[in-house]
Ligand binder design. Structure first.
Ligand SMILES: Cc1cc2nc3c(=O)[nH]c(=O)nc-3n(C[C@H](O)[C@H](O)[C@H](O)COP(=O)(O)OP(=O)(O)OC[C@H]3O[C@@H](n4cnc5c(N)ncnc54)[C@H](O)[C@@H]3O)c2cc1C
Length: 436
């Protein structure tokens, strides 16, 4: 096999698509039964170059410290996660220095804009259906102070070509009339006209079907146990079903990329940042539904219309690989919905909402890892954190360009995968089962 991809979420599938489009032979191994069934399943649904800023903004350390043990905090660290967060946390804080934060924001924006363009092109060429919204996204504010930082960010990204509008209360209501019941509480908003929205899971399914029909070998229900590394070279993977050899192994396993790489001596600074969502069937509500994603910056949460469904998603919790759904965090999302759309909150049946939790693969410096990574034959496409949907298509294309020796359309340097520490002595692994 020429290219073996580990992971069938947004990043693995977009990589598969880009490689197949270049005529490359591709096998993709995914442990779940179908495409996009982990973190790419029920995310916020927004494609937002406008939110390119990494989470480690200047002053983030203080916010995180204050959150410890507070279930209502938008960003929360659970004590059991401390040991796994020490070295990662130091890097996370080191990158919250303003100059680094701004550099990462610009690079993240460049990738997200490129990616959104590629997503649009693909949608048009294949006629993909994934509950697309093209009216942009909107942040709304209840006081001028909360608006300051998002406005400064918008001005910064405007220099890179982002379009946005500053809205007064009346203009907020023109963009989203469904906010009328809380109009008195709002002072204004920001409308990011170039953003989009859509259901990432539907997109994954559609993309899997497309790459499958174009020759990629997608294997579901196959868990990769370890990467096979010998003499500084990765030559395949080992699974319960036996070994698979490949010229290139591309790790796109979300947060689980970190343990996979650790076994070959690479310490990937990516940790799981758990987030939650609830999905409500709007067709049962008998009222007008939201028409554009609306973001509450303070809660790190958003309400996104996805066709007839409403997705409320957000909050961040560092709690290792635990995906258990905690009621208190769901309550936070319900409170957000109630605060923005009281009429929907009154009408909906709380027994019938779909709660979900997923693990964002969060890098310490706020940027993903795309490219080759120290060991010959090893490539990464992971660490996209809160922007994996926004950056998926662009990341897949960028990696395929690097792999195939073509000139990337954007500067690939900020996302280099070899910025992680090289292994001290590349570990070797034995193959227990026959190779295919
Ligand atoms: C609450 C929430 C809201 C979000 N909202 C947005 C948003 O609005 N916009 C945005 O851009 N991003 C958003 N994100 C982030 C985005 O969802 C993620 O960045 C993205 O889904 C990551 O995709 P991935 O392919 O890297 O990981 P995943 O989707 O997790 O895919 C990795 C795949 O690898 C498989 N895998 C792992 N280990 C193995 C193994 N050993 N063998 C075989 N298979 C394996 C997993 O089963 C999984 O399917 C949100 C995330 C959360 C949690």
């Amino acid at each position: 096999m020429k290219n073996l991809i580990v992971g069938g979420g947004l990043l693995g599938l977009c990589t598969a698509h880009a490689l197949v489009s270049r005529g490359e032979e591709v096998m993709l191994l995914e442990r779940q039964k179908d495409a996009g069934d982990e973190t790419s399943f029920a995310n916020g649904g927004m494609l937002t170059p406008s939110m390119a800023d990494p989470w480690n903004s200047p002053g983030v350390g203080w916010h995180v410290l204050r959150s410890i043990g507070d279930d209502s905090a938008p960003m929360l660290v659970r004590p059991q996660a401390f040991p796994s967060l020490i070295s990662w946390g130091i890097e996370f804080l080191r990158h919250s220095v303003r100059s680094r934060y701004e550099r990462a924001t610009r690079a993240s924006y460049a990738l997200a804009t490129y990616s959104l363009d590629e997503t649009r092109k693909l949608r048009e060429s294949l006629g993909l259906e994934y509950a697309v919204g093209t009216r942009g996204t909107m942040k709304v504010f209840r006081d001028q102070k909360t608006m300051r930082a998002p406005l400064a960010l918008a001005r910064m990204l405007e220099q890179q070509g982002m379009s946005y509008r500053v809205l007064d209360r009346a203009q907020v209501l023109e963009v989203e009339p469904q906010l009328e019941p809380i109009a008195d509480e709002l002072v204004g908003g920001l409308h990011f006209t170039g953003d989009e929205s859509g259901d990432a899971h539907l997109f994954c399914r559609a993309l899997a079907e497309d790459v499958g029909t174009r020759g990629a070998n997608l294997r579901f229900g196959v868990e990769v146990k370890r990467l096979i590394a010998n003499n500084g070279k990765v030559s395949g993977v080992e699974t319960k079903e036996g070994g698979f050899t490949a010229e290139r192994v591309i790790v796109a396993a979300g947060s689980y990329s970190t343990p996979l790489l650790k076994a070959v001596g690479l310490h990937l600074p990516v940790r799981p940042a758990k987030g939650y969502s609830i999905t409500i069937d709007g067709s049962e509500l008998d009222c007008d539904l939201p028409t554009i994603p609306v973001v509450d910056q303070g809660l790190h949460a958003a309400v996104t219309p996805l066709g007839q469904r409403i997705r409320v998603a957000g909050t961040a919790e560092f709690t290792g690989f635990d995906t258990q759904i905690r009621l208190a965090r769901i309550q936070n999302l319900l409170a957000l919905l109630e605060g923005l759309y009281p009429e929907i909150a009154v009408r909906m049946n709380r027994e019938r909402i779909d709660p979900w939790a997923g693990l964002r693969p969060m890098s310490a410096d706020g940027l993903p890892f795309i490219g080759s990574a120290h060991l010959q034959g090893l490539y990464l496409n992971t660490g996209h954190g809160a922007l994996g949907w926004s950056q998926a298509m662009g990341s897949g294309k960028l990696l395929a360009d690097l792999i195939c020796g073509e000139s990337p359309e954007i500067d690939s340097a900020p996302y280099r995968a070899d910025r992680i520490r090289p292994p001290k002595a590349p570990r070797e692994s034995k193959t227990a089962k026959p190779m295919r």
